[in-house]
Every structure is written in C-alpha cells, then in structure tokens.
Design a protein around this ligand. Structure first.
Ligand SMILES: Nc1nc2c(c(CN[C@H]3C=C[C@H](O)[C@@H]3O)cn2[C@@H]2O[C@H](COP(=O)(O)O)[C@@H](O)[C@H]2O)c(=O)[nH]1
Length: 306
C-alpha cells in the first residue's frame, strides 16, 4: 500500500482540477479528533455473517462486484449486500467456486431481485466467474484459504488478490506514471477486519497499512467538508451530472487527492491529540456520513473499480 500512498501523494502535488485545502483539513481533524464515533461494521444490518469461512466467501463475492451503483437511481450498495446475503441464506453452496464460474448477468440480477438490468451487469458476472476460476485454481475454491495464506498481513492480502484476480488491479495512468488505488482489494481486507472484529480471518498485524477506499461517496463528503476544492470545470461537471471519463486527469485527481487528504487528516489528528486512528476508521466514518446524506452530489464515472 506504500505504492498507493506515494502515487496518490504525487498526483496531489501536481493536480490542477482538485486541490487539498489545508485549513479544511485542520477543521476536519479538529471535528474528528475528540469524537470520531465508533461506527460499527454492518451498522446497516445488511450483511451475511456466520463467524466462519462462508462469511469470507460472501465478502469476496461482495467486493468483487462492489462498484458503480449510481447509473440506476434506485440501486445502492445495500441492495447488493442484502441480495447476496439472501442468496446465501437460501442456498449455502451458491458461492462455491464451480457455481461462481457459471453466473450470467441476468442470474446476478435475479439474486438481487432487481427487475431492470444492473449497471455493468455483464462485467459484474464476468468478475464473479473470474473469482470462481481464481479460487478453484489456486485456493481449493475457498476464499478462506486465500486469507489464510496472507499470514495476517493486510498488505499481503491485497497483493495476493491483485496477483490472482486481475479485476482487483485498480490503477490508472496519470501524466505517464502509474497510480494505484486498489479500492476493492483494500475494502475486502477492511470488511474482514470489521466483520471479524480484528480476530480470526480479520486479524491483521498491519491494518494501519490500508488507505481509504477511493469510491465516489467519500470525495463528495471531503468536498462538502471543505477538505477538497474542485476547479470550476469539475464543479460544473458534477453539478450537472456530466460524466467524468474513467482514466481522465480529473477522475484520477479526485481519487488520488481523496486518498492523500485522508492521510493528511489522520496525521493532523495524531499531531493535535496523539490519537492514532487507522485510515480505515476514518473511511468508515466518512462513508457512513456520506450515505446518510442523499443530497450529496458525487462525480459520475463508469468504472468497474468503484
Ligand atoms: N470508501 C468506502 N466506499 C464504500 C464502502 C462501502 C461499504 N462498506 C461496508 C463496510 C462497513 C459497512 O457495513 C459497509 O457495508 C461501499 N462503498 C462504496 O460506496 C459506493 C456506493 O454508494 P451508493 O451508490 O450510495 O450505494 C460504491 O462506490 C461502493 O463501492 C466503504 O466502507 N468505504
């Protein structure tokens, strides 16, 4: 994850559409330093959890397709989590590696009890098949084996995921250089950590290595808090729901500056109060704040990464 931190800090230093406002960072750090409320993982009560390996399988499937809900006004992450949970409750073998390899877009749609095609539906089904194939060929079909082989290191888990499952290789090229985000790979580690409360499959000796997860909710929260400032061009694009092209400089800057801003808020809280939060804790607080705020306008990029 050092690559994520370093490449995002670099983008932030030469960005022209997004800037970090250091007075906003100080204010956010001040706001969060005494009272970052502990946000419970699954505060929404939407997830499957049985305390064992099937939960790990569920989380990997969930995070393989945890992206891009906004093109459908009514669809949200909650429908995905609940739909996959219901699927598993009625059929414990639904996410076995051999079954994952066969799913089609319309089948995934039925799991979510959705009547319209899902955004990027066929891409989502392809990613499920990729997970099934990767699990079968390298981990006896079990996501829990993948987690066992990371030796309690979140960094190693992200690295294993990205090497075995190409769909998790979330990166971009900016001014000729490679920039790393690994949003869904990191969120999988964080989901394990949250679900298992830092124990068993969620025990990581390096949870502090994880950065925030560069999605489309947190940048909007950071902008509202005055931590990020957008250029008039970008503000207009967001205000008028104009798509921000995947891989464009604006898009890479939004994501990279968000990662870097959360690192800066974390450092500022530590300097002010000595409290050492994890970026994951700040992420969950910001995300929970963002999803409760329906008026928040976020950037719209069609992407299978977030
Ligand atoms: N940075 C960050 N982004 C996150 C999550 C989560 C879910 N985390 C679980 C962990 C604990 C809780 O129990 C949650 O269930 C989803 N997302 C992203 O949000 C977007 C969906 O938004 P909307 O269209 O409004 O549903 C989409 O890009 C999705 O990938 C997170 O934690 N951090």
């Amino acid at each position: 994850m050092e690559e994520v931190r370093a490449s995002c800090a670099w983008v932030s230093s030469c960005a022209s559409n997004v800037t970090l406002d250091y007075s906003g960072i100080e204010k956010a750090a001040q706001l969060m330093k005494n009272s970052i409320p502990k946000v419970e993982w699954d505060f929404e009560r939407i997830h499957y959890f049985d305390g064992g390996p099937l939960t790990v399988q569920y989380l990997l499937v969930l995070d393989a397709v945890n992206f891009c809900f906004w093109p459908d006004e009514e669809l949200s992450y909650e429908h995905l989590a609940k739909g996959l949970k219901e699927t598993l409750l009625s059929d414990k073998s639904a996410f076995d590696a051999d079954r994952l390899q066969k799913y089609t877009g319309p089948e995934l749609r039925r799991m979510l009890k959705w009547t319209k095609p899902l955004p990027l539906e066929n891409e989502r089904a392809r990613l499920l098949r990729e997970v099934g194939i990767g699990l079968e060929s390298s981990f006896d079909g079990k996501a829990s084996k993948l987690v066992d082989s990371c030796e309690n290191s979140a960094a190693k888990l992200v690295s294993l995921l990205t090497s075995h499952f190409p769909g998790f290789r979330d990166h971009a090229v900016y001014k000729g250089r490679q920039v790393f985000f690994y949003k869904r790979a990191q969120i999988f580690a964080a989901d394990l950590w949250g679900a298992f409360k830092g124990r068993r499959y969620g025990e990581f000796k390096d949870a502090e290595a994880l950065t925030m997860f560069a999605d489309y909710i947190i940048p909007a929260v950071l902008e509202q808090l005055g931590v990020l400032r957008y250029s008039p061009f970008l503000s207009n694009a967001i205000a008028s729901d104009r798509e921000v092209a995947c891989g464009s400089e604006e898009e890479v800057e939004i994501r990279a500056c968000s990662v870097h801003a959360v690192e800066e808020i974390r450092d500022s809280i530590r300097k002010k109060s000595g409290k050492q939060y994890l970026s994951v804790e700040l992420d969950l607080w910001l995300w929970a704040y963002g999803v409760k705020c329906p008026s928040l306008q976020h950037h719209r990029t069609l992407s299978m990464y977030y």
